[in-house]
Ligand binder design. Structure first.
Ligand code: NAD
Length: 354
C-alpha cells in the first residue's frame, strides 16, 4: 500500500506506528480528521493476517469515526487504534501500559477505549500511564458499558424508519429479526419485546440464543436463516459486511437498522437496497449511542444530556429519509453529504480567533 496516497484518498491527518520491544506491543493509531475536535475511537486487538490488513482496518475504522461523531453533532474527530496480536494469548499489563505511554505522547489529541478484542479492564492498565481514555469501568471514572445506550440509538433509528415507511413509529405487532445477541443485540431484543414487537433472533453462539430466547420469549433461528426472515425490520447487531452481493438478494425486510459497524460491504449496496425498496438507516448514525456516551465522559458526564443526544438520532434520520426520497439518492449518500457539510461549516468558523 502507498500509505500517503491512501491517506490523501481517505483524508487522514496522521498515522502512528507504535512498537515496544519489551512488551511486544505493535499498535497503529490512525487520526483521520480533527476539524471538529480531538480524535476519539476505540482500540481493536486482532491477530491480523498481515500488517497491511491491520493498516487497512485502522484507516477504514478511523474514517468511520469522523462521520459518526460529525453526524451525532459531537465536537470530536475520528481516530482508531489497532493492536496486532491475539487477545486470547498476547495481552499483558505491560502491553496495555506501553500503549498508555504512547497515548500520553499525543497529549489528548486522541483518546481511546475498548473495542473488538479489548475490554474495559485492559485499559485499567493503560490508565496508570495516561488519562486519555474513555469507557473505563465505573470504579475508574468511566460511564460503564455502552451496549444499552447503543441499543437505545438503534431503537430511535427503528422508530424513525417505521415512521417514514408506515406513518407510525410504533413497534407493536411488527416483526423484527436480530442478528447477534451480544452487548447491543440483547438490549435491542429486550426493548423491542417490551414495545410489543414479535422478535426472531440468531447468534452464532447457541448458548446465547438459548438463554436469551427463554429469558425474553423470542423466537430463535439460525445465523444464516435470520437474513432471509420475512420481517419489517432487520437489525444487524453482529459483525460488518453482512450486506454484500451474495446476501442482498436474500433479504426479505422493509427496513435495515442495527448496530454493526460497516454493514454494507461497499457503497454501491446502498443504491441496490434503495432499488429493492429496502429503507436503510446508515450504520454510522444508527449506532452512535455508545460514542455519544463516552464523548460525554470527557465533557462531564450527564445521563440526561446523553439521552437527549441519543434521542436526536430519530430526527436526524427522519430528515435523511425524507431528503433521500426527494432527491432519489441513497440514504448513505445523503448522510455523508450532511457530515461533509458540517465539517466544512465548522472548519470555516475556526477562522475566528479571540
Ligand atoms: P458483542 O461481541 O457483545 O456481540 C456480538 C454478538 O454477535 C456475539 O454474541 C456473537 O456471538 C454474535 N455473532 C457474531 N457473528 C455472528 C453471526 N454471523 N450471526 C449471528 N451472530 C453472530 O458485540 P456488541 O458490543 O454487541 O457489538 C455488536 C456490533 O455493534 C459490532 O459490530 C460492534 O462493532 C457494533 N457496535 C457496538 C457498540 C457498543 O456500544 N457495544 C457501539 C457501536 C457499534
Amino acid at each position: 500500500m502507498d500509505i500517503f496516497e491512501e491517506m490523501e484518498r481517505r483524508g487522514h491527518e496522521q498515522v502512528i506506528f507504535n512498537y515496544d520491544r519489551a512488551s511486544g506491543l505493535k499498535a497503529i493509531i490512525a487520526i483521520h480528521d480533527t476539524t471538529l475536535g480531538p480524535a476519539l475511537g476505540g482500540c481493536r486487538m486482532l491477530p491480523y493476517a498481515s500488517e497491511e490488513a491491520a493498516l487497512t482496518d485502522v484507516l477504514r475504522l478511523s474514517e468511520g469515526m469522523t462521520y459518526k461523531a460529525a453526524a451525532a453533532g459531537l465536537d470530536f474527530g475520528g481516530g482508531k487504534t489497532v493492536i496486532i496480536g491475539d487477545p486470547a494469548s498476547d495481552k499483558s499489563e505491560a502491553l496495555f501500559r506501553a500503549l498508555g505511554r504512547f497515548l500520553e505522547t499525543l497529549h489528548g489529541r486522541y483518546r481511546t477505549g475498548e473495542d473488538v478484542g479489548t475490554s474495559e479492564e485492559d485499559f485499567v492498565h493503560s490508565w496508570k500511564e495516561t488519562r486519555y481514555l474513555v469507557g473505563l469501568p465505573t470504579a475508574y471514572g468511566g460511564s460503564g458499558d455502552t451496549g444499552d445506550n447503543t441499543a437505545l440509538g438503534v431503537m430511535e433509528a427503528i422508530h424513525a424508519a417505521l415512521m417514514h415507511r408506515f406513518g407510525s413509529p410504533l413497534l407493536k405487532g411488527r416483526r423484527v429479526a436480530i442478528q447477534g445477541l451480544g452487548k447491543v443485540g440483547y438490549h435491542v431484543a429486550r426493548r423491542a419485546v417490551e414495545e410489543g414487537a414479535e422478535v426472531v433472533a440468531a447468534d452464532i453462539n447457541p448458548h446465547v440464543v438459548g438463554r436469551v430466547s427463554s429469558q425474553l420469549g423470542i423466537e430463535p433461528t439460525d445465523p444464516w436463516a435470520v437474513l432471509e426472515t420475512e420481517c419489517d425490520v432487520f437489525a444487524p447487531c453482529a459483525l460488518g459486511n453482512v450486506i454484500n452481493q451474495e446476501t442482498v438478494g436474500r433479504l426479505h425486510c422493509q427496513i435495515i437498522a442495527g448496530s454493526a459497524n460497516n454493514q454494507l460491504e461497499n457503497d454501491s449496496l446502498a443504491t441496490e437496497l434503495m432499488d429493492r425498496g429496502i429503507l436503510y438507516a446508515p450504520d454510522f448514525i444508527t449506532n452512535a449511542g455508545g460514542l455519544i456516551q463516552v464523548a460525554n465522559e470527557i465533557q462531564g458526564y450527564n445521563p440526561d444530556r446523553v439521552r437527549h443526544q441519543i434521542e436526536a438520532i430519530y430526527d436526524v434520520l427522519l430528515a435523511i429519509f425524507q431528503e433521500a426520497d426527494q432527491t432519489g439518492q441513497s440514504t448513505t449518500a445523503v448522510a455523508l453529504a450532511h457530515v461533509q457539510s458540517r465539517l466544512n461549516t465548522m472548519h470555516a468558523i475556526h477562522r475566528i480567533h479571540a
